[in-house]
Design a protein around this ligand. Structure first.
Ligand SMILES: C[S@@+](CC[C@H](N)C(=O)[O-])C[C@H]1O[C@@H](n2cnc3c(N)ncnc32)[C@H](O)[C@@H]1O
Length: 450
């Protein structure tokens, strides 16, 4: 084989690998209920994908998940009969192929060829012909198939659509779902303990990376185009972190003060723990707690990267007898486990993995955390309750019920009001996805009365 033929067959092989990885990851998410952030890296490792091919596999998975009903409908229209259970990975390979034809500006014929080849990697080599036939048929008849298939372009499960309509009305619910189907921008949090935001923006500019400063959150820069973290100057030294602008608002809302005892009780992977430490130049007595030991390691890594210290505790935050020494905290961040319906732009698998029943379970957990942590807060101290959810049961209704149960809790109104949302408890802040380019997020600040 000459060199260029060898190079071209290597390119083809890596093209097939990324398509196979995308199909396998989608299979794991949609058939086995695994999160994409677990399934994709695992499938990538199995196929030994390089970073570039992994990025392609990820882009394909995101694209398919964003408009899953539409691509499923196309595949079903193209297949004479549904595939047998054993051949199910092939269905996801077809979605991968269809998405590339519809949604990616790749060279279509090369993309189809790589997708057909991926059937071999899925250990279904005998069905290469089927994949080829279906995708070529779609290429020939795309316009008529798109016309004949009645697909739901909002692409959210019915129960979630209905909840959003119940919470916000038809128009706002539609806006939320449309925003959920967009790609989220990359946001940076500049470590203001080390440099000004303008200085860091200039460092970016010197590397040819354009950014826009957020008018409300002092540390936040939005990149005009996403880049790999390794390209960010000073990333390894903790000069900058990747964090959405909505998450960055937490430190300023809680306002921890130098020298205070602070609890971050659902801390992993530690984005907000480190931000609070940056906010006070590291001078906080910080306890970072999480129930998940593996995720707690990420907090440790993030602390080390920034050069900060915290006491790490692995425990159920609500089981205070098991970890609390009885010394009250002056500030508590409860970034509660939630439906994550505010971050569907970044995790499009969420809308297919969540079930309607999950919401009641989550609200019960949130209530237990709020009630059991409240006694650990000092009189005069503040608790910030935050979620990346847009559902009122987890947010306004949760806080209204908490205030009704706790006479010593006073809501400190948040004056930001860049997007007051009808139906949200006055004094709380509900950000909706896409508003000012940020994620959907909810915040309520409460102070403990004597
Ligand atoms: C929204 S994430 C936190 C994100 C984090 N604050 C950050 O900014 O990087 C919620 C976290 O709550 C943790 N968690 C869930 N239930 C918990 C519990 N009962 N006690 C402590 N942590 C819990 C999860 O393991 C998860 O890491």
């Amino acid at each position: 084989m000459n060199l260029s033929a060898k190079a071209s067959s290597q390119t083809q092989a890596s093209g097939a690998q990324s398509r196979a990885v995308a199909a396998l990851a989608l299979f794991q998410v949609l058939e086995n209920g695994r999160s994409l952030s677990d399934a994709l890296p695992q499938a990538s490792r199995q196929q030994q994908l390089n970073a570039r091919d992994q990025a392609l596999a990820q882009a394909i998975c995101y694209g398919v998940l964003r408009h899953l009903p539409r691509y499923n409908a196309y595949a079903n229209a193209l297949l004479e009969k549904p595939l047998r259970a054993k051949m199910k990975p092939l269905h996801y390979l077809l979605l991968v192929g269809i998405y590339q034809i519809v949604g990616l500006n790749t060279q279509t014929h090369a993309a189809v060829a790589a997708t057909v080849e991926a059937a071999v990697l899925l250990k279904l080599p005998r069905h290469k012909g089927l994949v080829n036939g279906v995708l070529r048929n779609f290429l020939r008849n795309q316009a008529s198939i798109e016309q004949q298939v009645d697909s739901d372009d909002l692409a959210h499960p019915r129960w979630l659509q209905q909840r959003l309509i119940d919470n916000y009305g038809q128009q706002r619910a539609t806006d939320i779902m449309q925003a959920n189907n967009q790609q989220a921008p990359m946001w940076l949090r500049v470590n203001l303990a080390k440099q000004t935001r303008t200085d860091y923006q200039q460092r970016l500019q010197q590397q040819g990376i354009d950014s826009v400063a957020d008018p409300h959150v002092a540390s936040a820069l939005r990149l005009t185009h996403a880049v790999a973290v390794q390209q960010l100057p000073g990333f390894a030294e903790g000069d900058v972190s990747v964090q959405d602008v909505a998450a960055q608002a937490c430190a300023a809302l809680l306002q921890p003060q130098t020298g205070q005892r602070v609890l971050d009780c659902c801390a992993a992977p530690g984005g907000k723990t480190v931000h609070m430490l940056e906010h006070c130049h590291g001078e906080l007595s910080m306890t970072a707690l999480d129930v998940d030991e593996r995720r707690l390691q990420r907090v440790d890594e993030n602390l080390k990267r920034g050069g900060y210290q915290a006491q790490l505790v692995c425990a159920d935050a609500a089981a205070t007898d098991s970890w609390w020494d009885g010394q009250p905290f002056q500030a508590i961040l409860l970034d509660a486990p939630c439906s994550a319906t505010g971050v569907i732009r970044r995790h499009p698998d969420i809308k297919w993995l969540r079930r309607a029943d999950d919401i009641a379970t989550l609200t019960a957990t949130q209530q237990r955390l709020l009630d059991n942590l409240w006694p650990t807060l000092a009189v005069g101290g503040r608790l910030l309750y935050a979620t990346c959810s847009v559902l009122t049961d987890e947010n306004s209704a949760q806080i209204a019920a908490f205030l009704a149960r706790h006479a010593d809790a006073r809501l400190l109104p948040i004056a930001t009001a860049d997007n007051p949302v009808a139906g949200v408890l006055e004094g709380c802040w509900q950000r909706l996805p896409g508003t000012a380019e940020g994620d959907g997020f909810f915040y309520a600040v409460m102070e403990k009365q004597a």
